[in-house]
Design a protein around this ligand. Structure first.
Ligand SMILES: [Zn+2]
Length: 213
């Protein structure tokens, strides 16, 4: 099974990726992980990416594509993989298509976790992070005015990343980048939309139905 998982920030993509990996044993190809690993091992690609990151710039498409291609050639990704965080743009999707063609391993399906934007904003603006243990909590699910981490008693705070204006901006950027990508996959008949507003378990059941398993 070769699949791409798409979803906006806050859509629960990370959780579904873990569930898919546990259930089907597919290699989890996450650009975040690949980037961290290349930086840590100081690979040639990592060093090149570091130059951009040190300047606070995005790592260019071409470099991300090279890293993914190298990862795809590792043994565990030979038959079954799950792409998470890639492709993010249409040029990346086209690059992925040509590298999979070369490897003779076309994609089976592209799953899109669909969540209304207002729901995402509400979910993300209610995130509270513990200053001591780093655990993330949902303020909507805790007693009003809770200031301490239920686990370690540390102080809960709202990260700058979780402020409404920052979140709306991130969602705008995501939508602008991803919409062309989705219509491109739709035309190829690969896109499956999954209703992802419910619990992670329910969402995962929908994914299994979409996969026909
Ligand atoms: Zn804590």
């Amino acid at each position: 099974m070769r699949l791409v998982l798409l979803g906006a920030p806050g859509s629960g993509k990370g959780t579904q990726a873990e569930l898919l990996k546990a259930q089907y044993g597919c290699a989890h190809i996450s650009t975040g992980d690949i980037l961290r690993r290349n930086l840590k091992d100081k690979t040639e690609l990592g060093v090149r990416a570091g130059v951009f990151m040190n300047k606070g710039e995005l790592v260019p498409d071409g470099l991300v594509v090279e890293m993914v291609e190298k990862r795809l050639r590792e043994d565990d990704a030979a038959n079954s993989f799950l792409m998470d965080g890639f492709p993010r743009t249409l040029p990346q999707a086209e690059a992925l298509e040509s590298m999979l063609k070369e490897l003779d391993r076309p994609l089976d399906v592209v799953l899109f976790l669909k969540v209304e934007e207002e729901f995402l904003v509400r979910r993300l603006t209610n995130r509270r992070t513990c200053r001591s243990c780093g655990k993330i909590w949902n303020a909507l699910l805790m007693a009003t005015g809770t200031k301490a981490c239920p686990e370690c008693g540390g102080e809960l705070h709202q990260r700058d990343d979780d402020m409404e204006s920052v979140i709306r901006n991130r969602l705008d950027v995501y939508r602008e980048q991803t919409e062309p990508l989705m219509s491109w996959y739709e035309k190829k008949g690969l896109l499956r939309s999954i209703d992802a507003v419910n619990s992670p378990e329910k969402t995962f059941k929908e994914i299994q139905v979409a996969l026909g398993r």
